[in-house]
Design a protein around this ligand. Structure first.
Ligand code: NAP
Length: 304
């Protein structure tokens, strides 16, 4: 058995651990480095404060159809907090007893906190993105023209964060128009005068802004055989490229950016900062305090 075994709904149904338990649910979940990151941070907190001695973070393989039952079992089993990853962030939104006002516009939650009556939902992906762009590229979302690739769960959190932080403009590019239009409709009430546009990939040359920060929130790049999510040559003088993918650490998009001398970064720092913010919600420990330990653990878990 590995240090962080992949658990199932059967393990959850039989749950009787007495300590404070946290979990991540996903499908697939085997690749997740969140248990390594969180357990390293909890170990650090426990050395300073005995309150955290019995806190532990587990991962569960949960297909989408089993999500409602998993959330009920986790609550009944006394879990204190839960992270959700692909494909659960949007599916879980409607099952929250309450939703943090900052997460509501995204219609997606990645962090749940136990309340007596059910789960309170939060979204720390946008915080993670903003912190990572600052740390890795030395840039702010505020005031930047943004080209956001993708319209899925991660893109929702990213788009809301860009608007809440008052980016200069937001151009969203997605291959499936229906998904793009659904995101644009969600963002309409948030724009507050910021120019928000949706583009088909074919229109990017003519209509994307110059000097933009390019954020890849598609899953194109996870596999070596994936197409590039955008042709950088079609964009006018991109200022920088941030790819949310962290495994593989260098995607074809990041290689293309390096080849053109465009500053770029992968999604590892985002993973770390969204995780540290989730732990802050559960424990009260400031995200800035646990993020460095999480970063070391995440790199080690990825063999970097
Ligand atoms: P999702 O909800 O499944 O959305 C996937 C998005 O990728 C959709 O917009 C989809 O477009 C697009 N897409 C998929 N394959 C594509 C291809 N071959 N070409 C062009 N577009 C393609 O997934 P998600 O939760 O948003 O996650 C997206 C990515 O972000 C994943 O790689 C995930 O690992 C990463 N992520 C990283 C972090 C982090 O902390 N670093 C956090 C969250 C997510 P259609 O609408 O056309 O299907």
């Amino acid at each position: 058995m590995t240090a962080d075994p992949v658990l199932t709904l059967d393990d959850l149904a039989a749950w009787s651990r007495p300590g404070v338990s946290l979990a991540v649910l996903g499908h697939p979940i085997r690749h997740s480095v969140s248990p390594a990151m969180h357990n390293a941070a909890l170990g650090g907190l426990a050395r300073e404060d005995a309150r955290f001695a019995d806190w532990r973070y587990f991962r569960f393989e949960v297909p989408p159809d089993d999500l409602p039952r998993a959330l009920d079992l986790l609550h009944r089993g006394g879990f204190h907090g839960v992270n959700l990853t692909v494909p659960h962030k949007v599916l879980a939104f409607g099952r929250m007893a309450e939703v943090d006002p900052a997460a509501r516009p995204a219609g997606a939650v990645n962090t749940l906190l136990r309340r007596p009556e059910g789960w309170a939902g939060f979204n720390t992906d946008g915080y993670g993105l903003a912190a990572a762009v600052r740390e890795t590229l030395g840039r702010e979302l505020t005031g930047a023209p943004i080209v956001l690739l993708g319209a899925g769960g991660a893109a929702r959190g990213a788009a809301v964060e860009c608007l809440q932080r008052r980016c200069a403009s937001l151009t969203i590019v997605n291959r499936t128009r229906e998904n793009l239009d659904a995101l644009l409709a969600l963002l309409k009430p948030l724009a507050g005068g910021i120019h928000v546009a949706g583009l088909d990939p074919a229109d990017i040359t003519a209509r994307a802004p110059a000097g933009a920060l390019i954020i890849n929130a598609t899953s194109a790049g996870l596999k070596a055989s994936d197409p590039l999510p955008v042709d950088l040559a079609a964009l006018r003088a991109p200022a920088a490229v941030f790819d949310m993918i962290y495994n593989p650490p260098e995607t074809a998009l990041l290689r293309a950016a390096a080849g053109r001398g465009i500053p770029s970064a992968n999604g590892l720092a985002m993973l770390v900062h969204q995780g540290a913010k989730a732990l802050e919600i559960w424990s009260g420990a400031p995200a800035g305090r646990t993020a460095p330990v999480m970063a070391v653990a995440a790199r080690a878990a990825l063999g970097l």
